[in-house]
Every structure is written in C-alpha cells, then in structure tokens.
Design a protein around this ligand. Sequence first.
Ligand SMILES: [Fe+2]
Length: 615
Amino acid sequence: MAASTTALNPNYSGSWAKTQIIKHPFSTSVDLSFSSKFISLKKKKPNSKTNLIHCALHSPSVLHFPKQTFPNALIPREDTTTTTTTVDTKIHPPHWNLLQKAAAVALDMAEGALVSRERQHPLPKTADPKIQIAGNFSPVPEQPVRHKLPVTGTIPECINGVYLRNGANPLFEPVAGHHLFDGDGMIHAVSIDDGSASYACRLTETQRLVQERALGRPIFPKAIGELHGHSGIARLLLFYARGLCGLVDHKKGIGAANAGLVYFNDRLLAMSEDDLPYQVRITQSGDLETVCRYNFDDQLKSTMIAHPKVDPVSKELFALSYDVVQKPYLKFFKFSSDGEKSPDVEIPLPVPTMMHDFAITENFVVIPDQQVVFKLQEMIRGGSPVIYDDNKKSRFGILRKNATDANDMIWIESPDTFCFHLWNAWEEPESDEVVVIGSCMTPPDSIFNESDECLESVLSEIRLNLKTGLSTCRQIISESEQVNLEAGMVNRNLLGRKTRFAYLAIAEPWPKVSGFAKVDLSTGEIKKYFYGDQRYGGEPFFLPRDPNSEEGNEDDGYILAFVHDEKTGKSELQIANAVNLQLEASVKLPSRVPYGFHGTFIDAKDLANQAQNSG
Ligand SMILES: [Fe+2]
C-alpha cells in the first residue's frame, strides 16, 4: 500500500526531541517505554453496509516508526524584533525541593513498574504510534520563515494574506499509546504578498508543551491514545499525584491546541476542545508567536470546542463547552464581534457526550446530541471511556442564538446521524425545516476505538422539522459515486445560509486524503480533484475571491490545500480554481508538511488590524 511506501521513504526525518534534551532533575534508570492494555468494547454495528472503502489504518502493521532523532527540534526564532508579551519559550528545568525529588523518584518507579507489566500487551491500531504517526503523519521540526518560495503557475492577484493550518506534531516520541489527535499543536503558515510566498511552522506553546519540554519527556496523559483501561486510570492517578506534589501543574491547562483555527476579534486562536484557546500572533515577517492561553479577558472559565462558528453577518462567535465529568455536561455561549461574552446557557444532556462540532443558521444553533458518549466507568472494566451507546437516542437540539436558557430548545430525534463535523445548516421557513449538512460516520466511534468494520463517511442532508418534530436523512451523492468525504467546508461568507456547494476532502484510503470533491448539495453532482499518484493532502480550504464579501457567485474563489508527495517527500501548497477545479499555482515548500487538521485564511487587510497582545 501507499502507506508502507511512505514509511520506507528515506526522505522522512522524524523530529523527536529525545528525553535526553534535558536531564530529568532526579533521573532514574527506569525505562518509561509504555504499552497500555486496551480492551475494545464489542458493540452492535449501527449500520452494516457493504464495506467497499479501503482503510489505511486497517492495513497490516508494516509501517516503520520514524526513529531518526532530531535533537535540536526547537529552532530559535529569527524574528526577535517584536515587542509583544509572548509566552516564555525558554527551557527552564524545574527546581524541586528534596521532598519533591523524593516524590518524583517514587512516582517514576511506580510508573516503571506499571510500564513493565503493561508493555507485554499489544496496542490497538487506534493507539499504536507505529501506525498513528507513521509516514507523513510523523512530526517535523519547527521552521523559521523562508521567503520567496518557488511558485509554479501564478498565484491569483486577489489572494493576499496568510493561510494557516493546524495539526498534531508531537514534540516527544511517545512512550506509550498515541493517537493521531494527541500530538502537540503545530501551525503551518504560508504568507502570500503580491504573488510571492513565504512559509513558517511553529509549535503552539501550550502549557503542556512548555512543562514537558522543561521536564525533558512526555508526562501529560494522551487523551485518546493512553486513557483507556486500567493503565489509563493508573496514568491519571500518576499524573494527578505529580500535580499534588507540584511536579506538574495541570491547572494551567492540558490541551494541545492542535485542531482548529479561527481569526476572531483581530486574534488568531488555536484550539483543542479540552482547553481554552491559545492566541498566536503572526509577525510582520510571517513567523508565528504564541501570545498566551486566551480566556477572552477573563470571561471564559471553561474549555471551548475547536469548531466555534463566526456568523458572516453579525461577526459574532458561537461556541460550546462540554464536560466529561460533571453537570452541566454542555454549555453554549457566544461572543459579540468585539469579544464580549454572553452568559453560559446550560444545555441539559442526560450523559456526557462527545461533541466535536455543531452548526449555526441565521437564527439558531444546531447541537448534535449523538451516541458517542463518555463513560469513564468503562475504564474500570478495562475499556475505552469513549464508546458508542446504542441505547441512547441520537438527536439534534435547535436553540435560538440569542437564548438565555434552554427552556425553548427543540429536540428532534435523528437515528444514525453521527457526524464528526457538520459542514453547514440553514433554515427553510416554507417547510418549517432546519437543514443540516454533514458526513454521517459509521461506525460512529471508529476514530477512537478499533473496529473490524471500515469507516464510512457519507455526505448527508438531515432535515429537522420544527413543527412536526420529525427528521429525515438522505445521502446527497448517489450510491454509485459514493466516496468518503471528511474535512472541508462551504463558502464561509454564507455560513448558516443556504449553500449550493461544499468542498470536502476525499478521505480515501482513510485516514489519508487523495483529493477533494466539489459537491452540488442540491443535485448530488460531484466533481473530483485528485492530487495524483501517492500524493495526499488534507482539508481543502475554500477562499472566496473577496474574503469579506457575500457578493458574487458562491463558488467564485480558490481551494487551498497542502499536498504531500510520498514518492519524493516534498510538500507544496496547491491553489486550485473552485469554479473549474483547475490548478492555478503551486508553492513549493522548503520542508515537509505533515497531514493535519483544520485551517483558516487571514486577509492582509484584516491582518493589519491584528491585536498586538492578549488584552
Ligand atoms: Fe475537527
């Protein structure tokens, strides 16, 4: 398979910052290599369609784990002329007192004993770093800005600004289970100015990254790769014991800020749903600097999901926060265009529910309350805390955007409609319906738990009738042309309004992306753009010709996507015309760009107003 060819390519260089970068202040000879036991729950298949989709993660484990070291992954920043208050990125080895040093030794020994017992058990594919971060999923070192990159073709004149894409890029080689989503956040930035392009990539200086770098090894639990079964409980206990002893500080946040990006109120925010956002500043030279863990001037007291929605008309930001332990399990809130937060609206959910995304319409927020839930007690039984609960009713909640409580929320049941992402939603008053566009995923928990069934991600139109309380769901693309579609968007100038087109990643062989599709949501017509033999990408980013205008044809714009050639090991930014899917320009990048998650584009005019600090 292509995946194995990639892994064997000598051009790949892992960027692991080995644990010997900084000596552990009270180091022991305990081997911290870790192999956690994982018991996947047997569950009823919610949808037993014929499996025609090839899944890269289901291929035999022949991938070679990148073992090359990159001892100097933390490349000094070139741009040191700025005066903003950025986070301190210097490495500060911890200063522990004698009691703390003794506690560290004891906890390291406990961890070592746990490890030696656990490493006899094989890892599932969903937590095996040899699979999860093989080939071009493996991390790269930071890169300072490189200017005047080679461009093939011509970058359209209307594109001036910076394209940014987030992704997971673990600083340290995993010592235990690791899922693709667990890595430290890294942002890749391509700045375009009058047809000339530059590139930089930087790790987001999250608290977990800063603390782990100071300790010289990974110490924060990996939310998906490690926290399952008894070893997951042990990991949590060890982590919190280290917290009690003052060896780590989890109160400053545990998130990796690796999933989403949004430019809101003149600030670029990097987000993962288990923490506050991090503010990252784009410097004049096109480099990136982490400013702070951003709490919206002390207004936000809880985590925020990685897919907040900016209404293109009001410029308000809508967001959710979910809690896996205590009620309320879900909160909704919004920020005015100048960053003033509304009071939280508590959404009553019966159980804590995984909610990666949601949608807005002109007047409503649409909240998916689906069947992938958190059951922490499953860890005691040896399983994953994220499970598919067949007994729970899946439904969508519709709430007015300006609601101050959830009393008027309308819940509409909608079976078998688990969507990891929702691409858009809008109102159709003539039929009393809210229309939701998403990719329905089966098995619903397959991203998190190993399954024999190949993943399917089916672009669907879900209609929620506010008057009758009934729903319908139909596949948008005909069965004969069915293809896995994940990661993408509609024209964001029309978010929450009826859109004709969606631009979505062709996620095959899963989890790789061999191209993107432009889908006519009303007719089901699909036009495909493939990157070519052994070339893969990620989320296609639709950039309208005028990033701030609702005028013009909906598809008048360009698709931006990082593409990686697994034969040559080279990466590029492709810019394709969204009307005819013709390649307009390709920017050759100076270093490899791993496959990643979500992106955004900041127009040069908006970037000129970028806030210079956190306040
Ligand atoms: Fe996402």
